[in-house]
Structure formats: C-alpha cells, structure tokens
Design a protein around this ligand. Sequence first.
Ligand code: PMP
Length: 284
Amino acid sequence: SGWSETWNYIDGSWIEGNPPLMGPRSHASWLGSSVFDGARFFEGVFPDLELHCQRVNDSALALGLKPTLQVGEMVELSKDGAARFKPGSAVYIKPMYWAESDGPGVIAADPASTRFCLCLFEAPMAPAGSAFSITLSPFRRPTMETMPVNAKAGCLYPNNARALVEAKSRGFDNAVVLDMLGNVAELTSANVFMVKDGVVHTPVPNGTFLNGITRQRVIKLLRDAGHQVIERTIGYGEFLTADEIFSTGNYSKVVPVNRIETRQIDPGPVAARARDLYWAFAHA
Ligand code: PMP
C-alpha cells in the first residue's frame, strides 16, 4: 500500500507491487552496490529508451558489477512491462542492477553475484504549464576522485537528497548544486540551463555531474532548430540575472523555473520551444 501501480520483472517473471529483493546479507543493502536508470513511457512513446538501457549497463560496470542483460532485451522487457498498465498511464521505467554477495575484502561487490530487476511504476507527467523555484545549495557535488560520479548509482543520491531537503526547508522546490570549484553543476535530479539575450547556456560536463540523456537530446534539438547553445563554465551569479532558466531530466522532461532566490522569472519562449521540440521528437 502507498505505492502507485507497479510491475517488476525479476528472475524471469513479472511480479506486481513491491516484493522484497534482498536480505540483510545482500551486499547492496549493506554497502550500496546498486545502480539504476530512469526512462519514461508516456503518450505511447519511449523516448531514448535504448540510451537509458545502455547507461544502466555502463553504470553497472563503473561500480564493478556485471551487466547481465543486453540493451535490446531490456528495451523489449520495458515494452512488455508498459503494456501491463491501463491505457493512457504515464510510467517510470527503472532498470536496476545490484550485488548480492561480498567480493574482495567484503567491502567490494562480487560481480558474479550481480542481479537485475526492471521496475515500472505509474507516475503522472508534470502538467504543461508547471514551473518551480530554485535556490543555491550549501552542498556541493563530489569529484571523480571522491565518488563514482560516472555511474547513476544509488550511493550518490544522499548528497542530492540533503540538498533537496535543505532547499525545501527554506521554501524552495529545488536546489542549484555547485561543483567543487564553485561553478554551477546541476539541480538535485535534473540538469539546468539558462537563457541570456536569446542564447542558451548550460554547464559543460566536467565529471562532477550527470551529463543527462535529456540534456544531450535538448541541446541537439535546440541547435538543429537554429538556437545557439553554449556549454561552458557558469557561475551562480549568471543564473541570478538570466532571462530564463529551465531544467531537463527524464522524469519531467523540460520545465521552466519561475523564481530564483527572491527574484520572480517569467517562464519564457526558449524553455517553451525546448519543451515543444522534445515532444515533437518523442512523437516522431
Ligand atoms: N542529474 C541527476 C543527478 C539526475 O538524477 C538526473 C535524472 N536521471 C539528471 C541529472 C537528468 O538526467 P537524464 O536526462 O538522463 O534523466
């Protein structure tokens, strides 16, 4: 109870709800050896599903796990799973790998014990016209030397979560998290863009934040449509004076910011264009 409609593919069968996956001796439940990805099924389409399935395999390798499914198999399973939901549902598609057993020195995972689950659950899309507020987080992104930031790993998210909780405690919807040098990296579970004088700017991937699949897609779509998009180092001060700010991520796609700190910003034409371009791509 408390969960939206959920279907899981585990060890060859489909199971509804939230069945237990691991025990107290499972490596992942103790030492965090789990990776996941997030894709979407909505309005009958699965945009960039292959890229999300590829990324969860790459994340598994980055954590020393052994990816056991081919991308094509995962895509087919995702489509089987999505077909179990009532027509019109919007679904979040979450493939996961984790380690059951200890490897060298107990703290490392045994790659031979890697398991897979594909979890899909009903998750409505943010309505068109939604917008959100942001503030600067006191927390920063780890570096490649301090965490496996090249993986979409569960063990990275407590840092994002504390940034989100801290922002919400001050009345904001989300937080801008800086990298170790103090430049803008990303939001707590999405990438971030700004617009100034008609030009789009977004932080250049420097190994501290996720180079999102939606981010890369939106950059390409905007450029193909003739917009100038610059990936570069950006300080928070530039966001404070931006004409527009918007986020990209698989969950909500493209959503504009309507307040940064105490300043109201009207959601603008470039964010609206990016969202329209994404929808056109998704349905093409
Ligand atoms: N950054 C973080 C920390 C995220 O969790 C996500 C969501 N996966 C993103 C960025 C956006 O990435 P994507 O577009 O690949 O979903």
